[in-house]
Design a protein around this ligand. Structure first.
Ligand SMILES: Cc1ncc(C[n+]2csc(CCOP(=O)(O)OP(=O)(O)O)c2C)c(N)n1
Ligand SMILES: [Mg+2]
Length: 365
C-alpha cells in the first residue's frame, strides 16, 4: 500500500488462493460419519473390500516368509497401506486402467490378477508380470515416478479415442519430488485428461522421512499449480479413499488424491527400518491400522464376527498355499532371454541362441 497525494492506492490484488480438504469417513473407533458415507458403497461391497484387505495382508506375510527362505526375490511389503490400495482399486470400473509403481500388490489383487502369476514374478521371472487383458493394468514399475508420464499418455489416449475409461496411477511421497511427476501433472492439466493420481503418502521414501521430502505443507497442493483438483484423504480409511477415487473417476477430469497412510513394514526385504525410524512412530501408527478400523466398523454394524474371521483366514491361507505351489511348478522357457531383447532377433543373438540350444542351455553347476 502506498499513499499518493493523500489518496490511498491498493497495489496488491489477490490473484489466487486455494485450500486443501481432508476427508475421513470412518474414524479410528470404527464409527462412520453417515453423512459422508459413499452412497454407492453397499454393505456387501464393503465386506468384500475387507476380505481383499485381509487377503493382501496374508499374501504380504507369505511373500516375506518365502523371501527369507530364499524362495522369493526382493519384495516391497504393503503392510499398513491396504486401505489406500484396495479402496482406490475397488472404486475403478471394469474398463478403467491402473498404472502401479512397485508396492501396489493390493491393487493387483482387487483387480483380479491371478495370485500364482504374482508369485511367479516374485520368483524372479518376468512371465509373472504379464497380466490378463481383463485386469487392465500395466506391469510393475520400479524406476521411481517413471510410470506417471506413461499414465498421462494412456489417459490422453482414452480421451482421444473417447473410450470413457479413466486411468488411476500410483506414486509414493518420494515420487512426487521427481521431474516425471511434475511433467505428468502439467500435461494432465493442460489436456484435461481423465487421470487420477493416487499419492500413497506412507511417510517414508526408504530412509528419507516426509519432512525431508519437500517444504510444501501438503503433497496435494502441488497439483494446484498444475491447474488440477487436489484433496487429502485419510489413507487408512477405506471408505474415504473409495469415495474420493470414485468421485474423481466419475468427473472424467484430472485429480490428485493424497492418501495419508503409513509404511508399517520394511521398504523392501533389503532394508532395516530400525536403523533410522523411531519405534514410537510405528507404535503410534499401529493404533491407526486400516484393517482394525474397518473390522470394528463391520462388527458394530453386525456385518462381521469372530467365526467369519476364522473361516476367511483358513480359506485365504489354503488359497495362498495353492498359488505358491502352482508358481513353484512354473518353468521358464530359456529362449525368452533371447526373444525379448529387441523387437526382432539380430544375428548376434541368433548365433548365441543356436549355441545355447546346441549345448542344451547352461543349467548351472
Ligand atoms: C529413479 C529412481 N531413483 C531411485 C530409486 C531407488 N528407490 C527405489 S524406491 C525409492 C523410494 C521411493 O519412495 P516413495 O516414492 O515414497 O515410495 P515407497 O517406497 O514409499 O512406496 C527409491 C529412492 C529408483 N528405484 N528409481
Ligand atoms: Mg513413501
Amino acid at each position: 500500500m502506498r499513499v499518493l497525494n493523500w489518496i490511498v492506492v491498493d497495489l496488491e490484488k489477490e490473484v489466487f488462493s486455494a485450500k486443501i480438504n481432508y476427508l475421513t469417513v470412518i474414524n479410528e473407533e470404527g464409527v462412520a460419519d453417515e453423512s459422508l458415507f459413499p452412497k454407492n458403497l453397499s454393505p456387501e461391497k464393503i465386506v468384500d473390500m475387507y476380505k481383499i484387505m485381509l487377503l493382501a495382508r496374508a499374501l504380504d506375510a507369505k511373500v516375506l516368509s518365502l523371501q527369507r527362505q530364499g524362495r522369493a526375490v526382493t519384495y516391497a511389503p504393503l503392510l499398513g497401506e491396504e486401505a489406500t490400495q484396495i479402496g482406490s482399486a475397488m472404486a475403478m470400473g471394469d474398463h478403467d486402467i491402473f498404472v502401479p509403481a512397485f508396492r501396489q500388490h493390493g491393487v493387483f489383487l482387487a483387480r483380479g490378477m491371478p495370485m500364482s502369476t504374482m508369485f511367479i514374478y516374485w520368483r524372479g521371472f518376468e512371465e509373472g508380470d504379464i497380466m490378463p487383458k481383463e485386469v487392465k493394468g500395466t506391469p510393475i514399475i520400479v524406476p521411481v515416478a517413471t510410470q506417471l508420464p506413461h499414465a498421462a499418455g494412456i489417459a490422453f489416449a482414452q480421451l482421444y479415442n473417447n473410450t470413457g475409461a479413466a486411468v488411476v496411477v500410483y506414486v509414493g511421497d518420494g515420487g512426487t519430488s521427481e521431474g516425471d511427476f511434475y511433467e505428468a501433472i502439467n500435461f494432465a492439466g493442460v489436456w484435461k485428461v481423465p487421470l487420477v493420481i493416487i499419492v500413497e503418502n506412507n511417510q517414508w521414501a526408504i530412509s528419507q522421512p516426509r519432512s525431508r521430502q519437500t517444504a510444501a505443507e501438503t503433497l496435494a497442493q502441488k497439483a494446484i499449480a498444475a491447474g488440477i483438483g487436489a484433496v487429502q484423504v485419510d489413507g487408512n480409511d477405506v471408505a474415504a479413499v473409495y469415495s474420493e477415487t470414485r468421485k474423481a473417476i466419475e468427473s472424467k477430469k484430472p485429480m490428485l488424491i493424497e492418501c495419508i497412510t503409513y509404511r508399517m513394514g520394511l521398504h523392501t526385504t533389503s532394508d532395516d527400518p530400525t536403523k533410522y525410524r523411531p519405534d514410537s512412530e510405528l507404535e503410534a501408527w499401529k493404533k491407526k491400522d486400516p484393517i482394525l478400523r474397518i473390522r470394528k466398523y463391520l462388527e458394530n454394524k453386525n456385518l462381521w464376527n469372530e467365526a467369519m474371521e476364522n473361516e476367511i483366514s483358513e480359506k485365504h491361507s489354503a488359497f495362498i498355499d495353492q498359488a505358491v505351489e502352482e508358481a513353484e511348478r512354473f518353468k521358464p522357457d530359456p529362449r525368452s532371454i533371447y526373444e525379448h531383447v529387441y523387437s526382432y532377433m539380430p544375428d548376434v543373438l541368433k548365433e548365441e541362441l543356436a549355441e545355447a540350444e546346441a549345448n542344451n542351455f547352461w543349467q548351472g553347476n
